[in-house]
Ligand binder design. Sequence first.
Ligand code: FAD
Ligand code: NAP
Ligand code: SF4
Length: 678
Amino acid sequence: MSGTDRYPHLFAPLDLGFTTIKNRALMGSMHTGLEEREDGHLRMAEFFAERARGGVGMIITGGISPNEEGGLGAKLSTSEEAARHKVITDAVHAADPDTKICMQILHTGPLAPHDRCVAPSPVRSRIARFVPNELDEAGIEKQIADHANCAARAKEAGYDGVEVIGSAGYLLSTFLVEKTNLRTDQWGGTYENRMRFPLEVVRRIRATVGDDFILIFRIAAMDMLQGGMSWEEVVQLAKELEKAGVSIISTHFTWHESAVPTIATMVPRAAFTSVTGRLRKEVSVPCITSNRINMPDVAEEVLVNGDADIVSMARPMLADAELVKKAAEGREDEINTCIGCNQACLDHTFGGNQEVSCLVNPRACHETLLKYEPAKAQKRIAIVGAGPAGLGYATVAAERGHKVTLYDSASEIGGQFNLAKRIPGKEEFYETLRYYSKMIDVHDIDLRLNARVSAGMLQNENYDEIVVATGIEPRTPNVEGIDHPKVVRYVDVITGKAKVGKKVAIMGAGGIGFDVAELITHEGKSSALDIDVFAKEWGVDFENHPRGGVTGVEPVIAKSDREVMLLQRKTSSVGRGLGKTTGWTHRLTLARRGVKMMNGVEYLRIDDEGLHVLIQNDPQTLDVDTVIICAGQEPLRTLFDELEASGAKVSLVGGAYEAMELDAKRAINQASYLAAAV
Ligand code: FAD
Ligand code: NAP
Ligand code: SF4
């Protein structure tokens, strides 16, 4: 059965009256960091064109501000600026004339990173740097006019439409919510008045661009704010937006300041689509749903259930530009699935001015820089180690036409990903292993498992290149009593080989320390696999939809019957080094389970009494029956040293190259660049 037969709803065209979208797959808006770069338009042109060739029906660009106050480095208000955008729209329409591309208009309002930021009232968001300036009547008129002008310039630039973001705590949404709109004039007070600004923006845009231009409004269908929008308010707004002239309503599920994760990997797939489904019944324009929809079967199910007309997949299109094409051709098992880690995308966006990419696909947003071109001459390449680094190298080198042999001493590919996938909430890591496994077949890589490689084994094989990707070995801290029977290693805990008692000290609070704490305190089903469990743990009421979906709902999370202490030597707060957009969820979850986090710990010795430490110079004995070592890692380079000593041509990649601050993002990225050049 072809993919189009298997996913009939996903591949059904959507007639908007004045134009048709060829399928229901949307690449949702994501800021890439290219918007502000001098050469950004050329790079975005290739980035989006590649996704157009990959079969997506419609693309929404990253946010562009309508004026300086809008707060992003990238603005569109002049014809000169429109000319730069033309490069993007031309590239997309040349790649596929049937692919639509819309530009997102984003006015960050009180979240703008400068003191000229504006809002309905001078209410500072808990995540903002400045108290915003209250808009006066003339200021409000200017913002509306600037939105309309921005849309007109987008049309001039060749876009098929615009999306206006009316959610997330950005300008338009702050008019809607009582706590951010304290006005008593016609723009505040009653809900009719609070809706006036976003509705006026939509009316003015429609009047300016005419009827044959796609106009999408992104609404906060569940803003996850205590005291946020009620369901009745959401519905009323949607109905008014329809009257004001939107072509499509896109549903969003959070404000940036809310305390519920909505896109991290521990959020179940398609967790929020039922909310869109309910809204869809209230309006007659098409509705877009989003969040953690990362594979075609998930998208199809959402559409079959009647929960949406269009399915937005933003990060999944970073992970695989050809997601839609592969689905259409029945090659779903070749899709490089977004694992929801945020490590190379949103952590970069919110972590400063880093460019976005993707952990599983370093080419994302780097299409003009990282190219997998056919090799000029085929080489025979041996790669030792089938962890993320070895897999990344092997698949790119083989795709380019090299003859690759991939060795691993283990009985399965994946290296440390085989540990990561066992952590509750990290189930998506299985998808990456499925993808690489398929790529090994597709590119005819000679895979040799259960093969511990020594230098001698490779000597007579006459490989042109040998790549050592042997990874790491866990560090053993130099502490008295480290060989005591109550001391266990994280690898043995995760694989279930080591018994863990009821009173536990975890030595080391990096990513692995947190993962181990999650594993040993977790009870029942993983929230990533069950929407009800997720809703309970994070205090979301999908059924009754109180204000914001969360007002008055207490998160219920089972306290662990283990007493767990997560320790580090540094005096910085525990978990500070975790991902920018996801670290808080791990810290909060463990704290709710009763895990104690301690910094400034000096380890003295381990004996029958427990772990003896100094905490802020105060001697203490932690009465524990198990000490789990999660104290970082050292490169495993024995093979490399032997090969180098024998004079072989050999290179290093991944953890074997550098274990300090290593993660899969760096391992795959480094491997891909090296393999693209070999
Ligand atoms: P490895 O994954 O260690 O792979 C090395 C491979 O080499 C192994 O398969 C090994 O069997 C093989 N090998 C070694 N010696 C030989 C030999 N002589 N002959 C043959 N084969 C050999 N990173 C993230 O980015 N995000 C996460 O969320 C994340 N979570 C993690 C959770 C856990 C519990 C763990 C343990 C790690 C996690 N990591 C995460 C880290 C990530 O998995 C590593 O950074 C990554 O696996 C390093 O890749 P690598 O290929 O360099 O090494
Ligand atoms: P890590 O993040 O470097 O943490 C190592 C921990 O061990 C730190 O808490 C460190 O803090 C402590 N430590 C270091 N040397 C020690 C010593 N000699 N004695 C005692 N404690 C010591 O490494 P990791 O936790 O092993 O993780 C490995 C990599 O996998 C990391 O780079 C991480 O990014 C990645 N990973 C990522 C995630 C994720 O969710 N993104 C999850 C898991 C792993 P002190 O020195 O202050 O004690
Ligand atoms: Fe998805 Fe992670 Fe890639 Fe972001 S970095 S697109 S979350 S796989």
